[in-house]
Write a protein that binds this ligand. Structure first.
Ligand code: PGA
Length: 264
């Protein structure tokens, strides 16, 4: 019996990271389009590079795929050379990944930067997909919970209960991202972390909000383990990096989600 929640959609997000030029992105979209079916309870969200968003937005079937940016800047406009704002992305994407660990680690994004980006997303009608998760160091020091707490509460600092309907959270333990060496989060760890996140939402916004919010899992998810993660109580989908670049694997993952929904 699947633990999937009937009131929340299943979200499968493809984070292509800094891979694929415009032509390659378009080719991958084409391949996915041939294999993926429309399903009203499943949302397949593609996050290509900033450069590919515009061309892909003209090519994709919006009933089948939604677009996400991988990041954007929190100011709406101004002298911020090299940046693209949420305001500029407003017509193009429905989602934007915010606070991905690579932004926090390589680009020095602080809790406050993430908070401001969440605000900018909400202000511009874009749903932020907020990544939350502890590093190996945090975990070894027994500070995993505290880090999850701090990242979550700061990110949502200025988010009202009404805005919360347009927020997606992801539990992404940094130590389990793109590991390729078999270091995976155990379903039990994922269940506990996500239950903790839902408890935080309950404390901040109440029971209804805690039941409604979508929380995904991310970290080396592939076509062989996706079923196990989607089965974890409280998990509403997956944020997939490396395996999303392979159309066989990614469409197989969507298919797993599809079959699981059929059983609910
Ligand atoms: P991964 O990446 O699936 O390669 O671990 C997840 C992510 O996009 O953060």
């Amino acid at each position: 019996m699947s633990a999937m929640n009937q009131d929340r959609k299943t979200l499968i997000v493809a984070n292509w990271k800094m891979h694929l030029n415009v032509h390659q992105s378009s080719l991958l979209l084409h391949r996915l389009n041939e294999r993926i079916k429309i399903h009203r309870n499943i949302e397949v969200i593609l996050a290509p590079s900033m450069l590919s968003l515009q061309p892909l937005s003209l090519e994709l079937d919006r009933r089948k795929f939604k677009l996400a940016a991988q990041d954007a800047y929190f100011k709406d406009e101004g002298g911020y050379t090299g940046e693209v704002s949420f305001a500029m992305l407003g017509d193009l994407v429905e989602y934007c990944i915010v606070g991905h660990s690579s932004r926090r680690i390589y680009f020095g994004e602080t809790l406050e930067t993430v908070r401001d980006k969440v605000q900018a997303a909400v202000r511009n009608g874009i749903t932020p997909i907020i990544c939350i998760g502890e590093t190996k160091q945090d975990r070894d020091a027994g500070e995993g919970r505290q880090v999850i707490h701090d990242q979550l509460t700061t990110a949502l600092m200025n988010v009202t209960s009404r805005d919360l309907d347009k927020i997606v959270l992801v539990y992404e333990p940094v130590w389990a991202i793109s590991t390729f060496d078999g270091i995976m989060a155990k379903p039990d760890d994922v269940e506990k972390a996500i239950a903790y996140m839902r408890m935080q939402i309950r404390e901040l916004y109440g029971e209804r909000a805690a039941t409604k919010i979508s929380i995904l899992y991310g970290g080396s998810v592939n076509d062989t383990d996706v079923h196990g993660y989607l089965e974890v109580p409280g998990v509403d989908g997956a944020l997939v990096g490396a395996a999303s670049l392979n159309y066989h694997q990614f469409s197989a993952m969507v298919d797993v989600a599809y079959r699981m929904r059929l059983k609910v």
